[in-house]
Design a binder for this molecule. Structure first.
Ligand SMILES: C[S@@+](CC[C@H](N)C(=O)[O-])C[C@H]1O[C@@H](n2cnc3c(N)ncnc32)[C@H](O)[C@@H]1O
Length: 370
């Protein structure tokens, strides 16, 4: 569960200076400033679950959206615990008519500038013309590029003073072109190395490039063919859906699974752009997948969570894949050669061999023990 941190507290403090509404929060311990013109309007929280919970708990109308499933689930659970009279509502589409009333957007700045660009573009195009963005991060994670992305869509961009190693960027006055131009996201590009057209959203892993690890794994799994009655495959952590599309091309019945909203949307769009059928599922690894169901899992797991190196999701992907595979089913993984996944693959999945390696990555093939 997320609790407000120093970045959230600075965002709330700075928001109170432009919103005039009760964003002086429980989180900061400062009293609410009382209802004013902005207080009844909905607040949109983007990739900011702790803020969505704090504001809903104060009685604000909250719309929210996050790339990661866990962040959205945290808002639903946290708002109930905080006694919110009205549950925060997820914005599933940028065409949501509720966005037209949004004059205040609170945003945790993503490190990925494309992710930021998609969010800011959507806010400029779909929120109220007087909308303001208050976007924060730790100073060490901020770049000049973030100001430039905001300035591509908003006429007024300024930075706050740094407080406790955090800073906020303010943006206001959407540029006229931002309200009329066609959306730049999703983006589509030919990927000749994979013989595919790839479609990506801002936060999709690797954009529309072929990641070197993906390439090494693709070289091995592109030749796999389903057998009669053994054609159920998952691309676990599907990103833009390159591996899923390659399998679907050869007759596998594939599902792309990813926790990221941008990934599942991109995988569906990549499949459609190539005339292929791939189901998608936004989920935490294969935790909810039926046991002993799959014939094949391919996986290029993450080794970061946000800006921090973290192998927890990779171990979870391996362990849940082991459960979802039928005895004799195959798990193909690619990962950075220094990472310690081999013992887990051997213990939790079954016999595992290294089938390819380059200077950075290795590809493993495991067979689910009977
Ligand atoms: C290294 S990227 C690989 C993307 C794609 N398969 C490729 O090779 O280009 C890892 C992917 O795993 C996803 N991911 C991270 N944690 C996850 C989890 N707990 N459950 C499902 N997907 C997850 C990320 O969102 C990301 O899309």
């Amino acid at each position: 569960m997320h609790t407000p941190d120093a970045v959230d507290e600075l965002i709330l403090t700075e928001a109170a200076t432009v919103d005039g509404s009760p964003t002086g929060s429980r989180a900061t311990g400062t009293p609410a400033t009382g209802a004013t013109s902005g207080a009844d309007a909905p607040v949109l929280c983007l990739d900011a679950p702790a803020l969505a919970v704090a504001l809903a708990g104060q009685g604000r109308t909250v719309l929210h959206r996050a790339d990661l499933l866990a962040d959205e689930l945290d808002v639903a659970a946290g708002a109930t615990d905080a006694g919110a009279a009205v549950a925060p509502r997820v914005v599933e589409s940028w065409d949501d008519p509720g966005l037209a009333d949004v004059r205040l957007v609170l945003l945790r700045l993503p490190a990925n500038l494309n992710a930021l660009d998609e969010l800011v573009e959507a806010v400029a195009a779909h929120c109220h013309p007087e909308v303001r963005i208050v976007a924060g991060a730790r100073v060490k994670h901020m770049t000049r590029g973030m100001n430039e992305v905001l300035a591509a869509h908003f006429a007024e961009v300024r930075a706050s003073l740094g407080v406790r190693k955090c800073r906020v960027l303010h943006a206001a006055a959407p540029l006229p072109a931002a309200r009329t131009a066609a959306a730049a996201w999703p983006r589509s590009a030919a990927l000749p190395e994979a013989d595919l057209t790839v479609v990506t959203y801002g936060a999709t892993f690797a954009g529309n490039r072929l990641d070197p690890g993906t390439r090494l794994l693709l070289d091995r799994v592109d030749g796999l063919r389903p057998a009669a009655g053994a054609d159920r495959a998952v691309d676990l952590g599907c990103g833009s859906g390159i591996l899923a599309a390659a399998l679907a091309r050869h007759g596998w019945r594939v599902t792309g699974v990813d926790t990221s909203r941008a990934a599942v949307a991109a995988t569906a769009a990549t499949a459609a752009a190539n005339g292929l059928t791939v189901a998608v599922r936004r989920a935490d690894a294969l935790a909810d997948w039926p046991a002993a169901d799959l014939d094949l899992v391919v996986c290029n797991p993450p080794f970061h969570v946000g800006t921090a190196k973290d192998s927890t999701p990779a171990f979870r992907m391996i362990r849940t894949a082991a459960r979802a595979l039928r005895p004799g089913g195959d798990l193909w993984c690619v990962y950075n050669a220094h990472l310690p996944y081999l013992p887990t693959l051997r213990r939790d999945v079954g016999p595992t061999e290294i089938v390819a390696r380059d200077r950075s990555y290795l590809v493993t093939h495991s067979v689910r023990a009977r």
